[in-house]
Design a binder for this molecule. Structure first.
Ligand code: C5P
Length: 398
């Protein structure tokens, strides 16, 4: 429910703007107040009259509208909301946000706000996949901008692929997650997830089979309980959840830097399958067969143990540090020893032997090991494990 919540809805100029009219209705159905802002381009797709009629509010359109400044200045407008939503977020608006431009009302509000911002990108598939847009997306996610979508599907321009704006109800879900008033409200939790890629040369790398599904589900569940989540992910198969701050990394060392930068945190969950070793003599150019039949010798160096490092921090240690132990033999004994060795509070242990289908699968069978002993959980979906773990974390931080 969104009763009493105020949403500032910036409508970008794309064909998906028509869906924003339905989004206004859906948000209002749940009790939110929606203040719409139209860009010049969006007025080519929706009219101020229809937007205002559906919102039951005045529509804001012009930065230099003196009446508006007399009634409510742009700074106040940007801060009176609980959440700023940009739907559709066009490639142009995303680029403006990335660059910090403030040359119209929408971009100025986005610069001036002190509230969280959720964007629902929508554009042609090639524009979405363009390196510039992907670069901008990574920057925005790193800045803490929340994202929902885009979806994959047929597009108004006749092409097919990612770029469709999420459906209004999915955007409403992301709004609810971003504004969740749960037991973790006000708590900052960082989550690592996915595999790491350790380069051998510019085109080859060492990786593992982690899909990132469990870490992603945990981040989503923590956000649903109201946590402010920083989600640090290696190159995973699954998309990051909406409503969290996403930091994308490749290597273990990048993951460590991202974790250090994200601290302090009230709790930290290390669900990533971090490579223990990196190739010390990685080549700067592509390695080639030299015809001698001799294979190159890779030398390995140990990666920093991120979990152990954070667990053993003398200053600024999160109150709760949770590690994972993916084992193939003697799961409980190994995980119990790992908890002691690393110094974390809980270890979530699971058996990743190929016959369990857990690594890369949708289910997990875990035991949670703490100083209170071992709690064996039944085999559950990864979403259920995440929800149960998030609840346990909320209990520990209460
Ligand atoms: O030692 P092992 O890799 O089995 O430990 C697994 C746990 O430690 C996981 O929580 C994983 O995210 C974390 N880890 C880490 N940094 C590493 C290796 C593992 O944070 N270099």
């Amino acid at each position: 429910m969104l009763a009493g919540k105020r949403i500032l809805l910036i409508v970008g100029g794309g064909i998906a703007a028509f869906k924003s009219l339905d989004l206004i209705r859906r948000l209002r159905e749940r009790g939110a107040t929606v203040t719409p802002v139209l860009t010049k381009a969006s007025e080519e797709f929706v009219t101020p009259l229809s937007t205002s009629a559906l919102a039951g509010q005045k529509v804001y359109r012009d930065l230099f509208d003196l009446t508006d400044e007399a009634e409510m200045g742009h700074i106040e407008l940007s801060r009176a909301a609980n959440l700023v939503v940009v739907a559709p977020a066009t490639a142009d608006l995303m680029a403006k946000m990335t660059a910090g431009l403030a040359n119209d009302l929408a971009s100025t509000l986005l610069m001036a706000t002190d509230k969280r911002v959720l964007i629902a990108p929508a554009m042609n598939v090639r524009m979405w996949e363009h390196p510039a847009t992907q670069r901008n997306l990574a920057t925005l996610q790193g800045d803490g901008i929340l994202t929902v979508g885009p979806d994959v599907g047929d597009m108004a321009c006749g092409e097919h692929g990612p770029g469709r704006m999420s459906e209004p109800l999915a955007i409403v879900d992301a709004v609810e997650a971003a504004l969740a008033d749960g037991p973790l409200k006000g708590k900052h939790v960082l989550v690592t997830s996915g595999p790491t890629h350790e380069p051998i040369d510019p085109v080859r790398y060492i990786a593992n089979r982690s899909s990132g599904a469990q870490g992603t589900a945990i981040a989503r569940s923590l956000a649903a309980l109201g946590a402010d989540v920083t989600f640090i992910t290696g190159p995973a198969d699954v998309s990051p959840p909406s409503g969290v701050k996403v930091v994308k990394v490749q290597t273990a060392r990048e993951m460590k830097d991202a974790v250090d930068a994200a601290l302090p945190a009230d709790a930290a969950v290390f669900a990533a399958a971090v490579a223990d070793w990196r190739v010390e003599n990685a080549s700067g150019s592509k390695m080639k067969k030299d015809g001698s039949g001799k294979a190159p010798a890779l030398e390995f160096a140990e990666n920093p143990d991120i979990l152990a490092g954070v667990s053993q921090l003398k200053k600024g240690r999160p109150k709760l540090v949770v590690g994972f132990a993916a084992e193939t033999d003697d799961v409980e004994a190994n995980a119990t020893a790992k908890r002691k060795r690393k110094g974390c509070d809980w270890i979530v242990a699971n058996d990743v032997s190929p016959e369990t289908g857990i690594m890369g699968g949708s289910e997990n069978a875990v035991s949670v090991i703490s100083d209170q002993g071992t709690e064996v959980w039944p085999r559950l979906s990864k979403d259920q494990v995440a929800a149960k773990l998030a609840k346990r974390i909320a209990g520990a931080l209460a």
